[in-house]
Write a protein of this length. Sequence first.
Length: 245
Amino acid sequence: MDTSVISEKGIRNTMEDAHFVDTDFGGRQWIFCGIYDGHGGQFASGYAAENMHRVFLDNLLHGATPQQAFIDSYEKISAGLSEQTSGTTAVNIFIKNGIIYTANAGDARAIVIGKNQVIQLTIDHRVGNTEERQRIENSGGRIVYSYVSNGAGGLMPTRTIGDQPFKSVGVIATPSVGEHRISPDDSVLLIGCDGLFDVMSNEEIADFASRTVNISSLLENLKREVLVNRSGTDNLTIIALKLNE
């Protein structure tokens, strides 16, 4: 399957994104990809990129469903960061037998672009999400503007891997999981960090895809649009896969 990746520091002083792509996952022609958008340092995102797929595959080979494997993997990776103050959002896709399985914690996102529509496969975990806001408040957390507050600092995503100081105020590592059967109309699967989706809507990205001949050009065009034309200020990581080839 044709796959393309860009990962750019942008104007930030540090690069805190990490990613992983394997188009022969487990030696079984499965596909596994992940983007990990770190904060408070690079450790958490790097740790997740190095270990998430290993834990996930082990879960699968021991009989877990992809959804169960994702949930267990996110929570185990987060537990492995219990001595760290850094954290990371995450978005992952696993493709097997024509089905895209998704997981995410935070505001990284997966979308499928088709001939006449774009489908968001993941849920954004921020305080603007009513259910997430209520969950944080029910856990005793306090919302300050668009951030979850732990008294000393703030965190925009309501679900993350790591971020041990925020676990007591309701920030969890449990991902939202889902699945999507690839249809003949599906053209591109794209996952990205909030450095993309804070700047461009799903529909704008789909419009770029409709005017681009291949996914490598699509990602180059998106990078230019985000970092140059729209003066994006965040790290930018995007993975795209061409479907139905």
